[in-house]
Design a protein around this ligand. Structure first.
Ligand SMILES: C[S@@+](CC[C@H](N)C(=O)[O-])C[C@H]1O[C@@H](n2cnc3c(N)ncnc32)[C@H](O)[C@@H]1O
Length: 261
């Protein structure tokens, strides 16, 4: 994509009502489907099944916490987020997790507290990702695990047929702090004094999922541009012109995982 890597965009809070929380929860659950196999491998590596205390930083509507709950129902799960609508949704939908309103850059927990501290699609949204990782390390017990399960890098996205207009608008509407965070994971973990394994979550999406992805992105753009925008009409044309079988889209999504020693 054409924006300079590292360039910061204006960040708007995206969940501003209960309705938004429902809408974004559906989106987070779809995203989870696309990265499920690698995430399960990471859960096995961290022995998540045996963990007694697990913290998710930036837990949003609780989609990841609900998945973890089905894998390890005995663990004490804590979700931290600073969005009250997302937290409320998470509290209502999940069976038992503790929801805490707080800032991931300054975690309200004592040192060496959790067996596993993880996040998912989170670092790209924060102002100071290094501060977050250092905090994740601090609150994790020695021998415990710190994991960023999925962080994308929009600079490596490949689309066929390519549409610069679509890509530019997508970045605008995304309004993440750093859409190029994926390539920085290794360096961030290193600076947080963690020996990291970095890997790729992504695989090539099937035609059905590519169309789901485009439709979800189109929806987001419609929300961002307004239903009557002329730009939206052009994007609709792009969406409708090519059949799923002709389309290709690849988004590199990275993970980073480390043990606190
Ligand atoms: C894309 S969502 C991911 C939600 C969840 N991890 C998932 O994968 O379903 C990112 C979440 O981070 C939260 N967030 C962003 N910056 C934060 C910060 N500094 N402290 C706490 N939460 C933050 C947002 O409110 C949002 O709920």
């Amino acid at each position: 994509m054409s924006r300079e890597p590292g360039q910061r965009l204006i960040v708007k809070d995206r969940i501003n009502s209960e309705e938004d929380a429902h809408y974004f929860n559906e989106m987070y659950e779809d995203q989870m489907e696309w990265t499920v196999s690698t995430r399960k491998r990471l859960y096995r590596k961290m022995e998540l099944f045996h963990a007694k205390t697990i913290l998710e930083v930036g837990s949003g509507t609780g989609a990841i916490l609900r998945e973890i709950q089905t894998i390890n129902p005995r663990a004490r799960l804590v979700g931290l987020d600073w969005n009250l609508f997302a937290l409320k949704f998470s509290q209502v939908e999940s069976l038992s997790p503790n929801s805490i309103c707080g800032n991931g850059e300054l975690l309200p927990f004592s040192d060496n507290n959790f067996d596993i501290t993880l996040c998912n699609y989170f670092l790209m949204w924060v102002k100071e990702p290094l501060a977050v990782l250092k905090e994740m390390r601090r609150v994790t017990r020695i021998g415990g695990w710190i994991a960023c399960l999925a962080e994308p890098d929009y600079g490596g996205r490949l689309d066929y047929p390519a549409s610069e207009q679509w890509e530019e608008l997508l970045l605008e509407s995304l309004s993440a702090h750093d859409p190029y965070i994926g390539r920085k994971l290794r360096s961030l973990f290193h600076k947080a004094d963690l020996q990291v394994e970095v890997g790729l979550q992504s695989s090539v999406l099937s035609p059905d999922i590519v169309m789901d992805l485009y439709k979800a992105e189109f929806d987001k753009l419609a929300h961002f541009l307004g239903e009557n925008s002329a730009k939206l009409a052009k994007l609709k044309y792009i969406l409708e012109t090519y059949s799923p079988a002709d389309r290709f889209s690849f988004m590199p999504v990275f993970f980073g995982i480390a043990r606190k020693i």
